[in-house]
Design a protein around this ligand. Sequence first.
Ligand code: ADP
Ligand code: ZN
Length: 829
Amino acid sequence: MTKGRVDDNFLFEMEDIEFGERRFVEVAIGLPVEKTFYYEIPSGFGERLRLGSRVLVPFRGRKVTGYAIAFPPDLADYPKADVPKPILDVLDERPLFDDRMLAFYRWISRYYLYPLGHVIKGGLPPGINLESQRLLSTTPKGRAFLESGKLTQEELKILRSIADHGKIAFEKAAKRFPHWRIYSLKEAGLIQVDLGLKDVRIKPKREKVVKYREQGTEGGHLSPKGKEVLAFIREVGEISHKSLCAEFKGASRIVKRLEEKGLVSIELREVYRDPLSHLMTGEDLRPELTPKQVKALETIDKGIDSLRFSPFLLYGITGSGKTEIYLRAIERVVEMGREAIVLVPEISLTPQLIGQFLKRFGRRVATLHSGLSKGERYDEWRRIRDGNADIAVGARSAIFAPFERLGMIIVDEEHETSYKQEEKLRYNGRDLAVVRAKLCDAVLILGSATPSLEMYHNAVADKFHLLKLDERIERKPLPAVEIVDMRKERVRGAILSEKLRKALAKNLAAGRQSLLFLNRRGFANFIQCPDCGFVFKCPNCSVSLTYHHRGKKLICHYCNYTIMVPDLCPNCQGYRIRSFGIGTEGVEDEVRKIFPGTTVDRMDRDTTRGRRSHQRILKKVRSGETDILVGTQMIAKGHDFPNVTLVGVICADLSLNLPDFRSSERTFQLLTQVAGRAGRGMNPGKVIIQTFNPNHYSVQMARDQDFAKFYCEESRFREELRYPPFSRLINFRIEGTSQKRSIKAAEEMGEWRRRLLRERPYRTGIEILGPSPAPLVKLKGKYRYQMLIKGKRANSLHRFAQELAEKTKKRWVGRGINLSIDVDPISVM
Ligand code: ADP
Ligand code: ZN
């Protein structure tokens, strides 16, 4: 194929492409490599290979999985040194993603500065890929040595073990024997290392099915039980072996006999694992819509009917009936033959919501989230791709659901931070919902009682259509919120104020339930004066300074501003200034001490380690067994407990003093959400907020449930200091096991950015903070330093970041330093 031929015989060339006689394919590899690569398509594969399929390719001496992403028309000019190698195998007859999905993946790769192949791999269900592994086996020389025994005891043991296995995975052998011993045997030529394929593909689950056979020879000697079972099978036609055994005792033996007589057949059939059956109970109430719900839906319906990208921000206070709007909107979309994705913050915390979807739509709903086993996830993914489900409900990764006719994406509690993935590909599911809805001409509904500043900003700027639900269903009143000023408490340092203690006692006496809430998000330390509540803030960045125990320093981890901890509080000259330490366990103990004989339960990361432990705790609250539930932000979300009438916030300052520019927003959201848990039943609710900052606007406006006013205050602060939504941020984090090297890498990165800022024409509007130590300087044995890049325009910011990333990676990666890039960071801990 030369360029000349293309000119001479253009039509012929076109036909070539039409009929799939392609010679080369562009492949994105599922490894952390930035580039994509070209491979040759050996004749014979041409027919089978389609874009979106996986291919097995040779890569740097290994066999790896890649994804076919394009057929380049002509590679005649390809440099000789890089003559494309042939692909080894085509792994899918049916592509795993279509053009639109590929466009989505490409967008993600560019925006989050993450390799395309890795993005694709992350979007597919885990475990679907083949991976190569090293296999050990003995050589003839090694086998001879086994006989002659010219080896130490240990060497003999290793060699014999490998010989016994025939072939054994290196990783497996290395679990039992030291690496270096295995290598020394290899160097001596006694064993060899080959590459083999590790088959980690998840297979469809199969189930034994018992079927009635018409032509079987009837009668003979059948026991009464045998006759009974046979009659049953004849009536139902077929039944899973498992269900049959549950129906009849000893059915397994009887069925075997029936099969021998040719009366029934037993077959293996592919089935889907069913992770949801336990949630599908109860009836669907399908309430009459309120006038406000009707109005909101009318606007959404117009968007659905337009078949165009239509984004809505559904701002509805807690208990205003947002879920019913989601359900109705989806009904319309599905009726039109299109599909829907529903993102929820954390599936283990929202069984009620999922239950509602299941009740309305039955098995047309698939769920995708990390709580499922790999097999379950794979099956749900397959049900979607096979067209057997048209609604996917799940955590952030459900945004990758393989729908081809996507008509709607809903993000419930859009402001939640759990939409952000904090490892590997650091995407935000909510933001990707906007992108995918746009690419698919779909309707987007972002719902929240406390919208994020970013999304509300979009609504104010008329990019999103704002829908408001400002009344609770059945006009239930919002709870009365009271603020307790902890500076004025008689007993200094008490966990429960007098007011909260009295309210708890009263609620207990009335036989009602209470929640006590303590925010423990992040673990950064701050120093506070217990007398006046004073907290140190950075004069440049307006975030709290983080206490670093070593050296007794206070550091701003945005800009590296550093001071020593003074002995006296600069505000009130108090001498008790100290770091703040209180946990949910402490609160639980205190409550038990004050109210002996009451049932106190606790919900936090420690008590919810086990599978289903969430449900167990929540069930106990719902059944009325628990009198007082103490918990972290886990209890603040979404739950609907009718008998909870009192909510106590132990310390609003914990979130207010997070070293993060979003701390006020987080506080407002948490307080509003947690207050929304009270008074959802017949009795009105009460909320008590304990704080050292009773006059802070977050606390005040959460009390008044006044989001609009909060938005105005907070925007002013963000605009002044150029924080999002008035700018964009990218966080560069250097991590390494050696502190010296990590610091060196961070310093060098700082140098480059100074040079880049001087030299590049697109630098205007870019601002850099740091490098500085991360609030958790040492985490899991790694030292962490970071640099925040701020930019007014996304394009120039991304160009700058890309250049800086390339430079840093080239110099440091592979030398004990890791660089992670966080675009639109949610937290810079
Ligand atoms: P939100 O998600 O806005 O906090 P929910 O969707 O949980 O509110 O609704 C609160 C309660 O009101 C739920 O128990 C829900 O079943 C009920 N509900 C919703 N819409 C209606 C309606 N139109 N009529 C009666 N009850 C409704
Ligand atoms: Zn600072």
